[in-house]
Design a protein around this ligand. Structure first.
Ligand code: MG
Ligand code: FE
Ligand code: FE
Length: 167
C-alpha cells in the first residue's frame, strides 16, 4: 500500500474498495458465463459466436485482474471466496441452460448492458476524485461498450440467417 498514492484519492477509500469489489465479482461471473457459454453454445453461426465469446471471456478475466490490482493498491483485499461473488455482484449470472445461439447472445447482451451501466456510474463517481481508478474504469467501460456492439452485430447476422432459413 503506497501512502502518497492513497492520500491523493479524494474520496472515502473504504467505500471505493467496496464498490470496486462488487465490480470484481461481476467480472468473474461474466468471465465464467462467457467461458461456459462458448463450450455449450449450439446452432447456426456457432463458430463465429464461439470466437467472440472466448475473446470476451479473456477480456472479463483481464478486467478482474485490473480491478484486483487497484483494490490492493488502495489497501483493500479482493473478495477471496467464489461463494461471495453472487452476494456482491451488480449484474449476477445467467446460466446458459438453453444453449441455442440466440438465447446465449441475448443473455450476454443483457449482461453487457448491466456492465455498461455499472462502469458508467463508476466513471462518474471517480471523475476528478481518483484519476487512477478513473482511468481503469474508463478503459473497462470502453471494452464493455465494444462487447455489447460485437454481440448485437452477431445477433443481426444471425437474424438474417434465420430469416433466410425460414425460421
Ligand atoms: Mg469482441
Ligand atoms: Fe468486464
Ligand atoms: Fe464485457
Amino acid at each position: 500500500m503506497g501512502t502518497k498514492g492513497i492520500q491523493i484519492v479524494d474520496m472515502d477509500v473504504k467505500k471505493l474498495v467496496a464498490i470496486l469489489n462488487k465490480a470484481f465479482c461481476d467480472e468473474w461471473l461474466a468471465y465464467y458465463q462467457y467461458w461456459i457459454g462458448a463450450k455449450v453454445v449450439k446452432g447456426p453461426m456457432k463458430e463465429a459466436v464461439i470466437a467472440e465469446l472466448t475473446q470476451h471471456a479473456a477480456d472479463e478475466l483481464r478486467h478482474a485482474d485490473m480491478i484486483s490490482i487497484r483494490i490492493i493498491q488502495l489497501g483493500g483485499t479482493p473478495i477471496t471466496k467464489p461463494e461471495d461473488w453472487y452476494k456482491h455482484s451488480n449484474c449476477g449470472y445467467d446460466a446458459p441452460d438453453n444453449p441455442f445461439v440466440k438465447d446465449v447472445l441475448e443473455q450476454n447482451i443483457k449482461g453487457e448492458q448491466c456492465a455498461i451501466e455499472t462502469y458508467r456510474k463508476l466513471v462518474k463517481l471517480t471523475e476528478g476524485k481518483d484519476p487512477v481508478t478513473y482511468n481503469i474504469v474508463l478503459q473497462i467501460l470502453q471494452d464493455e461498450v465494444e462487447h455489447e456492439e460485437d454481440l448485437q452485430a452477431e445477433m443481426e447476422d444471425l437474424d438474417v440467417m434465420l430469416k433466410i432459413g425460414g425460421r
